[in-house]
Design a protein around this ligand. Structure first.
Ligand SMILES: Cc1ncc(COP(=O)(O)O)c(C=O)c1O
Length: 379
């Protein structure tokens, strides 16, 4: 079905932060499968884990236990702070949000949700109800009732919207699809306090920000809070499709057998990938690498500042707001010819979410080429 507008490139191979097309051309990949390939392409730990698992047991359903699922859940519970100790596995980010919405409804007995302008949480009807963009929503209305969107970063607006009927506040710690928007310091702490005051659940969508991308394993750790529910996907399986919803114990207890489920969720193959990917992120201290390389990236991009509206980001999640959608698209397409993959989000923002293992040299080469393209210099 014709739902994607694609670059005229067919990718056939990847290694680290580099990919090759069917013509043998090499690219430095600053898209990383849209913030998925945190470990780069075909990381040996992930390849080995799924190869080994594929020869033993690929799928067995949730009618039975499987070892990789238990191991992956344990690892996530140990990695997440506080009593974020219960995990439901699914297959994508939008599904992890569906689980969060259902769990929050069941746990609180309430149906109102507060989400944010420019927020993106997926495209199934529940997750789409939390997503803001009118172009994504309007063709499919009516959506799930009870969702209200308020300005991102605006605690006063949340305070005005929240009440005793609010089941949850759904928030990205840094908005990704919405144009890489970093909220003001203290925003998540403020949300935590408001949720506590009104008995609402704080649902943090770490689908794009998680797995170390912003400089901490979870981006909410920058503010020292513990959410009630956390959504993960994208980088979680090192490139293998998998999502997870992690909840605090007392919240997760609202679910009983039959309340939710997934045929493929938690399958041994995907969970073997999760174990390998999460372990590698922790062992190689990739959150710290993301923080350091992110600083360097902003430094390199400062040279483009005179030609764009703003360069912003946190860790290796960076947006260059061009201020003109056509020009942003033009630059992204020109970058293909310059051997670098970038994409445009939120109309006019060039989004950079490279693998966290990108080398300093690759980062420098790619961003020098990007600055040249933005400044209109030939490469
Ligand atoms: C913050 C956030 N939540 C949810 C999703 C949906 O994830 P998926 O495309 O895996 O369903 C995305 C995808 O871009 C996302 O960025």
């Amino acid at each position: 079905m014709d739902v994607y507008s694609r670059f005229p490139v067919t990718l056939v191979r990847g290694e680290g932060a580099r990919v090759w097309d069917d013509q043998g051309r090499e690219y430095i990949d600053l898209v990383a499968g849209i913030a998925v390939n945190v470990l780069g392409h075909c990381h040996p730990a992930v390849v080995e884990a799924i190869t080994e698992q594929a020869s033993r047991l690929i799928h067995c359903s949730n009618l039975y236990y499987n070892e990789p699922q238990a191991e992956a859940a344990k690892l996530l519970a140990e990695t997440a702070p506080g009593d974020l100790n219960r995990v439901f596995f699914c297959n994508s980010g939008t599904e992890s949000m569906e689980c969060a919405i259902k769990l929050a409804r069941k746990c609180t007995g309430r149906t109102k949700f507060i989400a944010f302008e420019h927020g993106f949480h997926g495209r199934t009807l529940g997750a789409l109800s939390a997503t803001w963009k009118p172009e994504f929503r309007e063709p499919f209305e009516p959506l799930v009732p009870g969702f209200e969107h308020v300005p991102y970063g605006d605690l006063d607006a949340v305070e005005e919207a929240i009440d005793e009927d609010t089941a949850g506040v759904i928030v990205e710690p840094v908005q990704g699809e919405g144009g890489v928007r970093v909220p003001p310091e203290g925003f998540l702490r403020g949300l935590r306090e408001l949720c506590d005051e009104y008995g609402a659940l704080l649902i943090v969508d770490e689908v794009q920000t998680g797995m170390g991308r912003t400089g901490r394993f979870f981006a909410f750790e920058h503010e020292g809070i513990v959410p009630d529910i956390v959504c993960l996907a994208k980088g979680l399986g090192g490139g293998v499709p998998v999502g997870a919803t992690i909840a605090r114990e007392e919240v997760a207890e609202a679910f009983e057998p039959g309340d939710h489920g997934s045929t493929f969720g938690g399958n041994p193959l995907a969970c073997a990938a999760v174990v390998a990917a999460v372990r590698t992120v922790l062992e190689e201290n990739l959150p710290e690498a993301a923080a350091r390389k992110g600083e360097r990236a902003l430094e390199l991009l400062s040279e483009a500042e005179d030609h764009v509206v703003e360069v912003r980001g946190r860790g290796l999640m960076i947006g260059v707001e061009v201020g003109d959608g056509d020009r942003a698209e033009e630059i992204a397409r020109e970058m293909v010819d310059r051997g670098v993959l970038v994409n445009v989000t939120s109309g006019d923002v060039i989004r950079l979410v490279p693998p966290l293992v990108i080398t300093e040299e690759e980062l420098e080469t790619a961003l020098t080429r990007l600055v040249d393209a933005i400044a209109g210099r030939s490469g």
